[in-house]
Ligand binder design. Structure first.
Ligand code: NAP
Length: 284
């Protein structure tokens, strides 16, 4: 068996078309979805991520504004700016680009964002809503994975799902979202003993550990769906995921590449969440 490669760019394009149509409908009512991006400090990777986000917004017709602060800015100043944006009716979504400099209390800063505008889905209210299955803004990366599965017509109900990685932004929300769709979910992490005894049971294997080559063919059931969230830069400059792509591809039914798999979906789901927020703020 050779897996079908899921083209993240193609799925992302389709979701963005859907967003564009919704943006045009909002425009007839005089509403332009607005995203505010808060960036603190000079992190080079963060600058690239923020540039990608603002570009994706512009492509679909959203207005995005970046608010940049020096690394030494007191947390209270950034929080005050967030409170101002919470009250601005032209801003429908607010995100704080992570990581914040070490002296910031990230939880406090994220907690200042109105849960109605928390398009990254990291506010504790939205995390709690996710646990209860009443999601308002699903976090963008696992939401992107869910959209990819839907796009490919891959059923989730009753399937054995194994999520490798238990972070707050990927692994845990991914597990909750698929549990909500009636999958049987197992979460593995760095202290899991004998990872392979879990991964081999997966009908759908989602890997988000940030460890190149963590998943090799012997750990994958024939016909499994393998979603590689990991992004790792090798010493030779190549970008790879957490899965031995060429090896596992010979055994899986579907697989996502890195780059070109989950990555394009993450930014797209941010745009999607912002458009949904604008619709909620501006009911007919
Ligand atoms: P993170 O916060 O570092 O979490 C990594 C998780 O993987 C932790 O739960 C950790 O376990 C677990 N882990 C580490 N080594 C492991 C091992 N050998 N076996 C099993 N589990 C292991 O990372 P993250 O933010 O979730 O990101 C994970 C990866 O996805 C990274 O490569 C990141 O760059 C990528 N990512 C991609 C996108 C995208 O758009 N494609 C978006 C976000 C993240 P413990 O909890 O026990 O430490």
């Amino acid at each position: 068996m050779v897996a079908k490669i899921i083209d993240g760019h193609a799925v992302a394009r389709q979701v963005r078309e859907e967003c564009r149509a919704q943006v045009q409908a909002l425009a007839t009512r005089g509403v332009v979805p607005g995203l505010a991006v808060i960036m603190v400090g000079d992190n080079a990777a963060s600058k690239v991520y923020v540039a990608n986000k603002t570009k994706a917004c512009a492509e679909v017709g959203l207005k995005s504004t970046v608010y940049s602060f020096d690394a030494e800015t007191p947390g209270s100043v950034v929080e005050a700016e967030i409170l101002r944006l919470n009250a601005d009716p032209t801003v429908h979504g607010i995100l704080v680009q992570l990581p914040l400099p070490a002296h910031f209390d990230a939880r406090r800063v994220l907690g200042a964002i109105s849960s109605d505008k928390d398009v990254d889905g990291f506010h504790l209210y939205n995390v709690g809503a996710l646990v209860q299955g009443e999601t308002v803004f699903p976090p963008c990366t696992p939401y992107g994975v869910q959209k990819m599965l839907e796009h490919e017509g891959i059923p989730v109900e009753g399937q054995n799902v194994v999520v490798v990685g238990a972070s707050n932004i990927v692994g845990k929300p991914m597990a909750l979202m698929l549990m909500q769709k009636d999958a049987t979910v197992c979460i593995c992490h760095a202290k899991t003993r004998d990872l392979a005894q879990f991964t081999i049971l997966a009908d759908i294997l989602v890997v988000a550990a940030g460890r190149p080559n963590l998943i090799v063919p012997q750990m994958v059931r024939t016909g499994a769906v393998v979603i590689d969230v990991g992004i790792n830069r090798l010493p030779d400059g190549r970008l790879v995921g957490d899965v031995d792509f060429e090896g596992v591809r010979q055994k899986a039914s579907y697989i996502t590449p890195v780059p070109g798999g989950v990555g394009p979906m993450t930014v797209t789901m941010l745009v999607y969440n912002t458009v949904q927020a604008a619709q909620r703020h501006s009911p007919l």
